[in-house]
Every structure is written in C-alpha cells, then in structure tokens.
Design a protein around this ligand. Structure first.
Ligand SMILES: Cc1cc2nc3c(=O)[nH]c(=O)nc-3n(C[C@H](O)[C@H](O)[C@H](O)COP(=O)(O)OP(=O)(O)OC[C@H]3O[C@@H](n4cnc5c(N)ncnc54)[C@H](O)[C@@H]3O)c2cc1C
Length: 430
C-alpha cells in the first residue's frame, strides 16, 4: 500500500494484541513507528478470547481480518448464540440468545494447532510489520517531556527514546497511564473474584459423564456468587473453561493482591468453591487437574481522559475491564481502529495532532467507559441467579439486550463523521 510519509514519529509501549495491531495499522499509513516490549518475544498469556462482531469489524476495517482468519479455526468468524443454564440442580435452561442483529452472538477465533488465541493473533500480525521496529526486552519505567515539545521514554538499563507521540499499550498495570492520569484518580482494583481456567477435549468430558452439550453453543452456567463459562474452540477439538467466583461479603477495592495475579491453583480449592453445584458442572470441574487462577481486577473509577499532551492510551492501559462481556480486547481493537484512521488521514500532520487526539478521546472515552460498567454489571447478573422460581424470568429480563450497544455500534460511521467535522468534505466510508 502506498502512503505519504508523515512528519511525526510514534513510539508504542507494549507489544500485546493492541500494541502490535496499532503498529501494523500506523505503519501501513506511512507513520514511522517503534514498538517497545518488555518481554523477550511476543508471549502467550491467557486462553482463547471471544471476539464480538464489533471486534471483528475493527480488524476488518484495519485490513488484517483475513490474515488473522488464516491462523484461525475457520475462514469466517464463527457466530454462536450464548445459552444460559443453572449451575445448581439439574442445570435448568435459563435463556437462549436468539439469532439476528439484536441478539448476543459470540465469535471465537483460535488457532487450529495451538491451544491459545493470543499467539495465533500475534503470529498473524508479525509478518505484517518490519521486524526492525520491534524492540524486545525494553521495559519502560517512566516518561517525561523534552524541551522541544516531544516526549522521552526512559527504559530499564538507561535507554532513552524520543518521539512526537507516545501510545501506551502496556496493559492493565500500565506505566504510561501514570503520565496520562498523574493524580492517580483511577486505580486498578481487585473485585474479590477469582477465575479458574482450563482447556479440555470434549471427548474427555463426554467419557467422564458430562451430559450437557458443550459444543453447539457457548454456555454460561449461572449461580449465587459464581458462574462458569464453557465454549468450544479449535473447531470443537477443545472446550475452553473459565470459572468466576466472587466473595461478595468483602467491599470491592478493600483487598490488595500481591503479584502475580495469575497463578497455578489446586483442584481441591476450585472444587471447594463450586461445592453444591449440579452433577454436570461438578463432573466437568473434576476433569481439570491443573487449573490456573486469575485474580480479577479492573480500572475504577474509569479514566476521565485517555490523552494528555501527546501521550495516548489504548487497550487495557486505558480501560481494563472485567471479562464478563468478553469485550476487553474488542474495545482495544476499537481504540486502535479509531486512532489509526485519525492519525493515518492524509491531512493529519504534526501541527494538528492535538485536534486529532482530542477527537480520539471524545469518541473513545464515553464508549469504552460505558462498557467497563456494563461488564461489571454483567457479572452481577450471572452471579445474581438464585435457585428460585422467579429467578429464571428475572435473569432473562436482565440479560436481554446487554450486548447490543457493545456489538452493534457503527464506529466507522462515527469516525467518518468526526473526520468530516475536522477536515470538511464528504463523509466517506472508512
Ligand atoms: C480471565 C480473563 C478472560 C478474558 N476473556 C476475554 C474475552 O473473552 N474477550 C476479550 O475481548 N477480552 C478478554 N479478556 C481481556 C483481554 O485479555 C484484554 O483486554 C487484552 O489482552 C488487552 O490487550 P492489551 O494489548 O491492551 O494488553 P496486554 O495483552 O496486557 O499487553 C500489554 C503488553 O505490554 C507489555 N508491557 C507491559 N508493561 C510494559 C512496560 N513497562 N514496558 C514495555 N512493555 C510493557 C506486556 O509485556 C504486554 O506484552 C479477558 C481477560 C481475563 C483476565
């Protein structure tokens, strides 16, 4: 793709899914970009992530969807409606999301031969960027202003790098966030929820006696202060299992968890948490011999701004949220889509960066912060289910429409309208 080189230099801190995607998007628009990643290579963390239609659209809008799907299970995103069932008793049916535009759909993209989505995604993007702009083993420790209006990144070991624009894609424990929010008005807060995770073949669960169909729909097993998500990945070769249990007696934010927030856990500990759940759920959990557990955190209260001077946040650095809507990385992809379209516009240059960053902020802050809150609320719905007669209709009522604003927002149109306001001319599709 030919593009006119820009007169400003960008440095991205963090080479996770959002940082790398951003680097690819900006480089394609002729923007000189460097990525600084603290790890020694692109690393895998977590298990498969679900992508909503909005995340898939953002990847498509950035021109990388095809490359990602080449590393995925199927050549098209697999959209499946979620089914909800009771965790206790005989696993009574609670709710099935109907298909159609207004329904919650679930797209899972995973690599066929790897257990995890994240490495598949990174592998898909890596060939799309000049390797010389990726700098591994570079841990950013602080950021400062230079005398000439640029910013300086300071790294462990003493390296200093200067750039006109800094993009903080350094995840939930972002260093760059402390520049954007110097008052520390937002904190990363533990929500007293633990998530145990594993990936198992469906045959193993079948042989163990699990009768619930685990492959036709993603399932959410709901119950008091806990829920369990299962969904098929790798063309039904594996079932991704993600639990979540909450100590609702303790106020959110009152407990501090030492690092690391992801650790190996014992099966006994996990089974104890789910004691009293129904046969299928218990049998399923008994097959997880070596679970890992995550202590769930989110950014609270949300940041009022993702931008300060010429430093901008994307992904979890901007809006780390709870995983209950499976929307975290999708919001990061939306950030990257908006930022790349605005920065890559032919009329964007060093002189109007402030206007462009303000536009990014105006588009992204209200939307992503709304989804932080919605993800939190979704956990309350899953874990508010009780084994009573009126709980099923009540849960159905609360679930209905929860995904709509997340998945069916026309972001490309919003960006096109903002671009028209800034640069004039016709509103064109992006
Ligand atoms: C249990 C669980 C389940 C989830 N499920 C889903 C799901 O189904 N769907 C979904 O959309 N989202 C899900 N998420 C959220 C999703 O994983 C995150 O939103 C996403 O990974 C964020 O990507 P990121 O690139 O912003 O940050 P990260 O993936 O955290 O990447 C940050 C990168 O920055 C690097 N870095 C950090 N600090 C520095 C530094 N100082 N200097 C240099 N480099 C640095 C790190 O090494 C890392 O590579 C889930 C999260 C959890 C915890």
């Amino acid at each position: 793709m030919t593009s006119i080189p820009k007169d400003f230099k960008v440095a991205i801190v963090g080479g996770g899914m959002c940082g790398l995607l951003c680097a690819v998007g900006l480089a394609r628009s002729g923007i000189q970009v460097d990525v600084f990643e603290s790890a020694q290579k692109f690393e895998e963390i977590g298990a498969g992530v679900g992508l909503g239609p909005n995340a898939v659209r953002a990847l498509d809008g950035l021109g990388v969807l095809e490359a990602v799907l080449r590393h995925a299970d199927s050549p098209t995103p697999n959209q499946l409606p979620f089914r909800f069932l009771a965790g206790v008793g005989k696993h009574e049916h609670v709710y099935l999301a109907s298909t159609g535009k207004s329904a919650p759909l679930f797209s899972v993209v995973t690599q066929q031969h790897s257990r995890l989505f994240r490495p598949a995604f990174l592998q898909a993007l890596e060939p799309l960027i000049d390797p010389s702009v990726i700098h591994f083993r570079k841990r950013c420790v602080s950021i400062s202003d230079s005398n000439s209006g640029t910013h300086l990144l300071h790294f462990e070991g003493g390296l200093v790098h200067e750039a006109d624009l800094i993009i903080g894609a350094d995840g939930i424990r972002s260093v760059i966030r402390s520049f954007v929010d110097p008052e520390k008005s937002s904190r990363v807060v533990y929500v007293n929820s633990i998530s145990y995770r594993s990936l198992l073949p469906p045959q193993l669960l079948d042989h163990a006696g699990v009768k619930t169909d685990l492959t036709t729909h993603p399932l959410c097993w709901v119950g008091e202060d806990k829920h369990l998500i299962t969904y098929p990945v790798q063309a039904n070769k594996m079932i991704n299992i993600v639990t979540c249990s909450t100590n609702s007696q303790v106020p959110v934010g009152s407990v501090t968890v030492p690092l690391p927030w992801s650790r190996p856990a014992s099966q006994d500990e996990m089974l104890e948490v789910y004691s009293g759940w129904g046969d299928d759920a218990t049998t399923l959990l008994k097959q997880i011999k070596n679970p890992s557990k995550w202590f769930l955190h989110y950014l609270h209260p949300p940041l009022k701004s993702y931008v300060r001077r010429k430093v901008v946040l994307v992904g979890d650095a901007a809006h780390a949220m709870l995983p209950h809507l499976a929307a975290g990385v999708g919001q990061g992809f939306e950030d990257v889509f908006v930022l790349c379209k605005l920065l890559g516009h032919p009329q964007t240059n060093a002189a109007n960066l402030d206007v462009i960053l303000e536009a990014y902020n105006n588009i992204r802050v209200p939307r992503a912060n709304m989804i932080i809150q919605r993800s939190f609320d979704m956990g309350k719905i899953y874990q508010g289910y009780r084994d009573t007669e009126d709980s099923t209709p009540e849960t159905q009522r609360r679930l209905m429409g929860m995904w709509e604003p997340v998945w069916h927002h026309d972001l490309a149109r919003e960006v096109a309208s903002v671009v028209k306001d800034i640069y004039g001319g016709q509103e064109s599709s992006l």
